[in-house]
Ligand binder design. Structure first.
Ligand SMILES: *Cc1c(COP(=O)(O)O)cnc(C)c1O
Length: 356
């Protein structure tokens, strides 16, 4: 058990109405912090009022980007209780990311306890309108106050909470995707399988270009051959081709999404065949042109399922499933969100209630 000191705010804030929440800009009353040094390891676990951090301008994270994060949600059930979805997987992935970046690992049970304690304290911030949630952002970064490049000797682990509006505030509808042919997000042997800040900085330019052309997301290709489909924006991607769901294999440059894994496990439990393998652009374009591409959708914690209505390859547009949501995407969305918000029973044991 981690011992966590708790200092409550003297100026509690107020949860804004659901339609004013948006994503990631409103924060709760408290945050979790814990410090690391080589000599003492992790220490001083504390929950304190949410507020600015004070760091040396030389802090390693500002210059060399030693930073990793996680993203998960607390869901308000109809009975008023609050629950998490497979949070153990996030804590495991946090350590996998930290290890890749040379950051200190955190015992997974301690990281989960930090999250659960903070959510429990700020539980009143978990909104209850349909589709809303309390987004949880754990992050870990190096604070060594030196410009020298010799490992990480000091670090901070923090957790902040952000009540978030429904991802589908304007309706559950398909998005338009553009294949990115210049920039790549990640390469094998690099950091693609981690949630490290640098990956997202490297994605900004392509994302901006796609948005400027009226697309919602970028479809990333592998960084070596620029031939194989990897991810869509910051989501994993799945295609239903001829009755089989095909998703790119985890080659090292792809983020191992928990939603991806949940979809695969759920689809298999329904008897749907799922293939994790390399999928080339050529194969995908052919499937789209010949009519065997039945559905395409992104998967991730934020959207759960994001149906793709159009794929654009080098100026050529391919409409998927007449631009409407397919039955597989719809069923995955209904059943996953049913589990997450507690409207359906949980045969998989994925749900983790918050006590108190
Ligand atoms: C977080 C993330 C995903 C989705 O992971 P989930 O665990 O399902 O939320 C997919 N791709 C990238 C690049 C991500 O950052």
């Amino acid at each position: 058990m981690l011992w966590i000191s708790i200092t409550k705010t003297t100026h509690p804030g107020q949860l804004p109405p659901a339609d004013k929440l948006g994503f990631g800009s409103v924060f709760t009353d408290h945050m979790f912090l814990m410090d690391y040094t080589d000599k003492t390891g992790w220490h001083d676990a504390r929950i304190v009022p949410f507020g600015p951090l004070s760091l040396s301008p030389a802090a390693n994270v500002f210059h060399y980007a030693a930073e990793v994060f996680e993203g998960l949600k607390a869901y308000r059930r109809a009975d008023g209780g609050v629950q998490l979805f497979r949070p153990w997987e996030n804590m495991k992935r946090l350590n996998a990311s930290a290890q890749r970046m040379g950051l200190p690992l955190i015992p997974e049970s301690d990281a989960l306890q930090a999250v659960k304690t903070l959510v429990s304290i700020d539980k009143s911030w978990a909104p209850s309108a349909p589709g809303t949630s309390l987004y949880i952002r754990p992050f870990l970064f190096s604070t060594d106050p030196t410009l020298s490049l010799h490992g990480v000797h000091k670090a901070v682990f923090a957790v902040i909470l952000s009540p978030s509006g429904s991802y589908y505030a304007n309706g559950f509808k398909p998005v338009r995707i553009m294949l990115e042919i210049d920039d790549v997000r990640a390469v094998r042997g690099g950091t693609g399988y981690t949630k490290c800040g640098g990956n997202y900085a490297a994605s900004n330019r392509a994302d901006g270009r796609a948005m400027a052309q009226g697309f919602d997301q970028v479809l990333w290709l592998d960084g070596v051959e620029r031939r194989y489909i990897e991810e869509v924006g910051a989501m994993n991607v799945m295609f239903k081709i001829n009755g089989t769901v095909v998703t790119p294999a985890l080659t090292g440059s792809i983020l191992p999404g928990i939603t991806r894994r949940s979809c695969i496990e759920m689809l298999r439990s329904w008897g749907v065949s799922v293939e994790e393998r390399l999928l080339s652009v050529q194969e995908l374009v052919q499937a789209a042109a010949s009519g065997t591409l039945e559905e395409a959708f992104g998967t991730g914690t934020a959207a759960v399922i994001s149906p793709i209505g159009e794929l654009n390859f080098k100026g050529e547009g391919y409409t998927v499933n007449q631009g409407v949501i397919g039955p597989t995407a719809q069923r995955l969305y209904d059943e996953l969100t049913g589990l997450q918000w507690g409207a359906r029973p949980d045969p998989f044991g994925w749900v983790c209630p918050i006590e108190g």
